[in-house]
Design a protein around this ligand. Structure first.
Ligand SMILES: Cc1cc2nc3c(=O)[nH]c(=O)nc-3n(C[C@H](O)[C@H](O)[C@H](O)COP(=O)(O)O)c2cc1C
Length: 172
């Protein structure tokens, strides 16, 4: 069948810069995903975290296929989702930069899987990977939660909105 030039609902090419700007209006929390252990330990800033299922306890993250953390997660089969507080904006920027993503200067301890938990995280989920699916330019890692924790004190979360990192009360 010949394509009909008059046909409605023809897909138009999507402008990726515009897609990023539109998605930026969806407010998210900010995490640092840590994986590996010892000298191989690494982390990167991620906002694609989603809670998937309570029973069984499953979550997911999406990592760009060029991310240095991707082979670390694949090799380790585990990662920790560290939720960031409003006080950790500098940390979020540090782990979003290719040159400085080292855990050496950040206080951390091993989680149940051996992968690092950041000491000052707002909360954490320690996860084992159950599936890795390459979709477009990212890989979706679905994982089972095996350990978790949160502080007893209340802290403001760090949020990402319209391309900026902010405290929750400043998100406007
Ligand atoms: C707020 C924020 C959210 C991000 N979310 C993701 C994400 O969900 N997945 C991802 O692969 N990169 C994400 N990035 C980009 C990474 O932090 C990082 O800059 C990029 O992956 C390159 O570093 P890497 O090679 O160490 O991963 C995000 C960056 C920022 C600042």
């Amino acid at each position: 069948m010949q394509p009909d030039a008059q046909q409605p609902n023809q897909p138009r090419p999507v402008d990726t810069a515009m897609l990023r700007r539109v998605c930026g209006h969806f407010v998210t929390g900010v995490t640092v995903i840590t994986s590996g252990s010892g000298t191989q330990a690494a982390g990167t800033t991620v906002n694609s975290f989603t809670s998937v299922s309570l029973d069984p306890p499953l979550v997911l993250i999406c990592l760009h296929n060029d991310s240095r953390l991707r082979p670390v997660v694949e090799g380790t089969g585990a990662y920790v989702v560290n939720f960031l507080s409003a006080q950790q904006e500098v940390l979020a920027r540090k782990f979003a930069a290719k040159a400085t993503a080292s855990l050496r200067d950040v206080a951390h301890r091993p989680s149940a899987t051996g992968t690092p938990v950041l000491d000052d995280a707002l909360g954490f989920l320690s996860c084992r990977v159950v599936s890795a699916t390459e979709v477009g330019d990212h890989t979706i890692f679905v994982s089972e939660v095996v350990d978790m924790g949160m502080p007893t004190r209340f802290e403001q979360p760090l949020v990402f909105f319209r391309g900026a990192l902010r405290a929750l009360q400043e998100a406007r």
